[in-house]
Write a protein that binds this ligand. Structure first.
Ligand code: SF4
Ligand code: SF4
Length: 359
């Protein structure tokens, strides 16, 4: 038996050392795998050089799990698995077992409990979303709600591997877009500058921090009604919402003017083609909880066309690059509007171009 790797010392932030939670066979064969394959959608099979085999069952969750759901899933894993589980970066649960015989009973139990098994290979895997109202102070919409709704609609694409390549969908609840680049992204889009409650600014906001926070230098100190406050140059403002957290009296969320925007063609991977930024394809989509039907219909339409028209192994961005953007808008029947044209010349001088993050 190989010596267990030493745990790294605890640090103040970041995720804990993964080795303490790993399945013993993963520790034993760490870095010594011969090959892996996928016997069926949602199941990974890894074979080590030592001959050990590990089966991994991938389960989709509703993303935010309460005690009821966690206990339900952990009971299944303790009873039918081997007590080891990990979360992927897209919030799928992966349950590792050392014997093939345990795979089918696990799948059956998860499916009976209402949890789909899938998300591997060329499927639409779980949507990654930003922290939303759980941890962040800027959100313009619920993030997990959009994910749950869309994944309900895309259930069939999660449990099958029928897409030309894997599809990563992301959502972000503000335009800072910490959800990152996705094949398809659904992001909040504020369309009006913040409304300032001047009576509160002096008591609540640290004005220099708010001024520093604006990426286009649109905020400046002002005296309003004899009290220190702030003003926004609305010609410069790009409606990003970054001033709202340090200064809640600068309200930017608006039931009418905060919308969703859909972006297409981003990817982080450098397999087959270079990483790409996603590009705007639909603006002003209603932010319409609790089921967001308008955004869902556009996403499904894009996926349908991609599935029919892309060649094998083309990611959404590769496919659009090949057929060209005019053809993309033709096939998806999305209107091409003035909002798709990025003609803002101020970016060179105005945008913060350093990698330094200021808060
Ligand atoms: S996308 Fe924006 S609002 Fe949502 S968690 Fe990230 S920074 Fe916060
Ligand atoms: S919304 Fe963004 S661009 Fe507009 S004033 Fe606030 S920080 Fe500046």
């Amino acid at each position: 038996m190989a010596e267990a790797p030493k745990m790294r010392p605890p640090i103040e932030s970041g995720c804990p050392d993964a080795f303490q939670y790993m399945h013993p066979l993963l520790i034993k064969n760490y870095g010594n795998w011969a090959y892996h394959d996928r016997p069926r959608p949602g199941v990974l099979h890894h074979v080590a050089k030592s001959g050990d085999e590990v089966w991994t069952v991938r389960v989709g969750t509703q993303r935010q799990l309460g005690p009821y759901e966690i206990n339900l899933l952990c009971d299944i894993i303790d009873k039918l698995g081997e007590g080891y589980v990990r979360f992927t970066i897209r919030s799928n649960m992966e349950v590792m077992v050392s014997s093939k015989d345990k795979v089918d009973p696990l799948i059956k139990a998860f499916e009976e409990a209402g949890y789909p098994v899938g998300g591997t290979g060329n499927s639409v895997t779980m949507i990654s979303h930003t922290q939303g109202w759980l941890h962040c102070d800027i959100p313009g919409t619920d993030a997990s709600g959009v994910v749950k709704t869309l994944m309900d609609d895309l259930y069939d694409e999660f449990v099958k591997e029928d897409m030309p390549n894997r599809v990563h969908i992301t959502t972000s609840c503000c335009q800072i877009n910490c959800g990152g680049q996705g094949d398809i992204a659904i992001n909040v889009q504020h369309t009006k500058p913040p409304k300032i409650n001047h009576d509160l600014v002096a008591n609540v906001c640290e004005r220099p921090s708010v001024v520093a926070r604006c990426p286009v230098a649109a905020i400046r100190p002002a005296i309003v009604n004899g009290r220190p406050s702030l003003e926004v140059d609305e010609k410069k403002c790009i409606c990003c919402g970054a001033c709202f957290p340090p200064c809640p009296p600068m309200q930017i969320n608006d039931p009418e003017h905060s919308k969703l925007a859909i972006w297409v063609g981003g990817k982080n991977s450098n397999a087959r083609s270079k990483p790409m930024f996603h590009k705007l394809v639909a603006a002003g989509v209603p932010n319409n909880p609790p089921r967001w039907p308008e955004a869902g219909a556009i996403v499904k339409k894009i996926l349908r066309v991609y599935k029919q028209d892309a060649k094998d192994w083309e990611r959404v961005g590769d496919w659009v690059e090949r057929i060209g953007w005019p053809r993309f808008f033709e096939l998806t029947e999305l209107p091409f509007t003035k909002f798709h044209i990025d003609n803002w010349r101020g970016s060179r001088h105005m945008l913060n171009q350093s990698a330094h993050i200021r808060f």
